[in-house]
Design a protein around this ligand. Structure first.
Ligand code: 6PG
Length: 470
């Protein structure tokens, strides 16, 4: 380590924390580690020894012991559960640290919390970084995508470490300082919102193939495997191909057939939608992904509904090309809604977020990494009418070629009785954005009718009322 680089500590040796710690050690940095429960500390040391990475690791019994033993300047990475645990760590660290020290929250924090914590920690004379880390355990261990928010100088202080441990795309590290305080955690939240949308759209396509077309999971898996070599190339399509071809060890059945169809969620998808609505934005595809997870957990009600509603279902005949085109189009819509949301948040919070840079650091390491992101970053650096990704020439061409397939798939699924809320959400939004004259004239008239809210006339006169006001 160079003398200008802070001494590093990492607190929280759960799955992600351990993996990130091993990654840091592997890149040659010395690292102090600790964890709330001591058994994880011992397990980590054993793991580090087994990998030949223990020589530069110093384990401590507690956060306080670790902070006390480290020489200044110190940079302490927190890898604890988002929420109260982060505040507990900050409260413990503030009296122990001194000017020049940095606290880094590398969990999935709510960016509003990160903003408040930045203020609190800075008021105590310390520095704070809110850092989104994506890529699951594998990414944390071998190269995640890192989205940092905070003071640029503070980021620069730890930059050599972050760039060394991050994933690489064309040899460029997928780690960036994106803006002040909560900017990094906000971008990570939107990343997760897009993750929810993409997973839901993939699941809807799977549902069409499985229930509507009567295909076996392994055969669907092979289709996803083939799609992963084309325009849909991405981590989520890749793992879907693997998952659908996997068998349960106990029963020998396709593994998806022994898994309860109720999806969990920890909050980031929901926060994306809440923030989208708060900023007056539409994120219909992401919203559908979050909503569908909620409905999925209503297992008892859905089971009753199958009998009570007795919805007739028809067999579907769709081609792989139609399904591929549909998924690609809806994926473009989900990304586009995510990037619009980041632009809106950036304007609102004055972050000066660079969407091209965000797309660049999402090209490797993170869960939503996909071939499309390289084109998205190029689009943000080129001509983009109205700042809309879907109006960038390369995406206009893609949408014109593939929107008919999305329309056909959604129409067939709806006619056949199969739920496609995310795919349908994408069509609804894309069609809205392609219509100069919408139907909000009638909404305005209704508002004026029952509440005398007034409307603007097309001739420019404002505060007007309809004849019902007389
Ligand atoms: C990532 C993921 C990760 C997230 C999981 C689970 O980028 O590595 O987004 O941060 O925690 O995907 O999230 P849910 O439990 O909300 O599905």
């Amino acid at each position: 380590m160079t003398s200008t680089l802070a001494h590093l500590g990492l607190y929280g040796l759960g799955t992600m924390g351990s993996a990130l710690a091993l990654n840091i050690l592997e890149k040659g940095f010395a690292l102090h580690v600790s964890n709330r429960s001591p058994d994880r500390i011992a397990a980590f040391v054993t793991e580090a020894q087994a990998e030949g990475l223990a020589t530069k690791a110093v384990a401590h019994d507690s956060l306080a012991a670790m902070a006390g033993a480290m020489a200044a300047p110190r940079a302490i990475i927190l890898m604890v559960q988002a929420g109260a645990a982060v505040d507990e760590c900050i409260n413990a660290l503030i009296p122990l640290l001194s000017l020049g020290d940095t606290i880094i929250d590398a969990g999935n924090a709510d960016f509003h919390d990160t903003r408040a914590r930045t203020t609190r920690v800075e008021a105590a004379g310390l520095a704070y970084l809110g850092m989104g880390v994506s890529g699951g355990e594998e990414g944390a261990r071998h190269g995640p995508s890192i989205m940092a928010g905070g003071t640029p100088a503070v980021f620069d202080g730890i930059r050599p470490v972050l760039e060394a441990i991050a994933a690489r795309f064309n040899d460029a590290p997928c780690a960036a300082h994106l803006g002040p305080d909560g900017a990094g955690h906000f971008v990570k939240t939107v990343h997760n919102g897009i993750e929810y949308a993409d997973m839901q759209m993939i699941a809807e396509i799977y549902g069409i193939m499985r229930r509507g077309m009567g295909m076996e999971p392994a055969d669907i898996g092979k289709v996803f495997e083939a799609w992963d070599k084309g325009a849909l190339k991405s981590y989520l399509v890749e793992i879907t191909g693997i998952i659908l071809q996997a068998q349960d060890k106990v029963t020998g059945l396709p593994v998806v057939d022994v898994i309860m169809d109720s999806a969990g969620q920890k909050g980031t998808g929901r926060w994306t939608v809440i923030e989208a609505l708060a900023l007056g934005q539409s994120a219909s595809v992401i919203e559908a992904g979050v909503g569908a997870r909620g409905w999925s957990s209503e297992k008892t009600a859905r089971t009753a509904g199958e009998t009570i509603l007795a919805t007739p279902r028809k067999a579907l005949t769709l081609t792989e090309a139609q399904l591929e085109g549909a998924l690609l189009t809806a994926r473009i819509a989900a990304y586009a809604q995510g990037f619009r949301l980041m632009a809106a948040a950036s304007a609102n919070y004055r972050w000066a977020l660079d969407n091209a840079r965000v797309a660049e650091i999402w090209r490797a390491g993170c869960i939503i990494r996909s071939a499309l992101l390289d084109d998205i970053s190029a689009a943000f650096r080129g001509e983009m009418p109205e700042g809309q990704l879907i109006f960038a020439p390369a995406f206009v061409a893609r949408l014109q070629a593939n929107l008919p397939a999305l329309r056909q798939v959604v129409a067939a699924a709806i006619a056949g009785g199969y739920p496609v809320p995310a795919l349908a959400g994408a069509v609804g939004w894309l069609d809205t954005m392609a219509q100069a004259r919408g139907t909000a004239d009638l909404i305005q008239a209704q508002r004026d009718f029952f509440g005398r809210h007034g409307f603007e006339r097309l001739d420019g006169a404002k505060g007007q009322h309809g004849p019902w006001a007389d």
